[in-house]
Design a protein around this ligand. Sequence first.
Ligand SMILES: Cc1cc2nc3c(=O)[nH]c(=O)nc-3n(C[C@H](O)[C@H](O)[C@H](O)COP(=O)(O)O)c2cc1C
Length: 219
Amino acid sequence: MDNQNILNAHKWRFACKEFDINKKILPDNLSFLLEIIRLSPSSFGMQPFQVLVLRNHWLLEELSQIVWGGKKQLITASEVILFVTRKDIRYDSKFTEYMIKSVRKLPIEMQELYIPIIKKHQEVDFNLLTDERYLHDWAGKQVYIALANLMTAAAQIEIDSCPIEGFTISTVTELLTNKKIIDPTLQEPCVFCALGYRLSPPAREKTRLSFDELVKFID
Ligand SMILES: Cc1cc2nc3c(=O)[nH]c(=O)nc-3n(C[C@H](O)[C@H](O)[C@H](O)COP(=O)(O)O)c2cc1C
């Protein structure tokens, strides 16, 4: 892809408010997009989140009642993805050990160095352990990298998307917990992404800060 094609995909993408219910994403394209999420980078390679592909119509109906930012998107999208952050991501958790030993497969001598580095990062550098919220927000930062990659890749194959964080975390947590979809001691809803094909063109032109307002070169 050349620069212009990539730029065109970014201009084409918009936060789609309503999808064409008759147009479905092909399984191969969905697999491609999920693979983009899986390949996304994360701090320390920890992938501190999980990806739920919500396909139950009744669940999506119920969610659309409480997700104020996605009322139409959730019930018209071809696919709805919910990123949930993991809570078991302290440096001394089983999950951290699993990631380092079994997923990242770091050599023993590296493992011994790595855990103290993560400990310092969580305890001191980013001060993530004095409030549960901080670790959740750090996990959320990693989610948004995957979310951005997902939306960009989707746009490049002309699939529309809408990121959705217009919801009350506690309300969505309660619904998904009651339905035994998440375990609130281990998971927290972070952001939805609705995917499909636009019903109509964007209602408004793109609006952004000017280049000079946004970018400063420091020589
Ligand atoms: C993290 C995030 C959460 C968002 N949440 C919502 C949402 O709940 N509902 C919605 O309609 N749009 C949502 N948006 C879309 C933004 O409003 C939109 O991206 C922004 O206004 C720029 O417009 P554009 O994406 O169409 O270029 C969200 C965007 C991001 C990045």
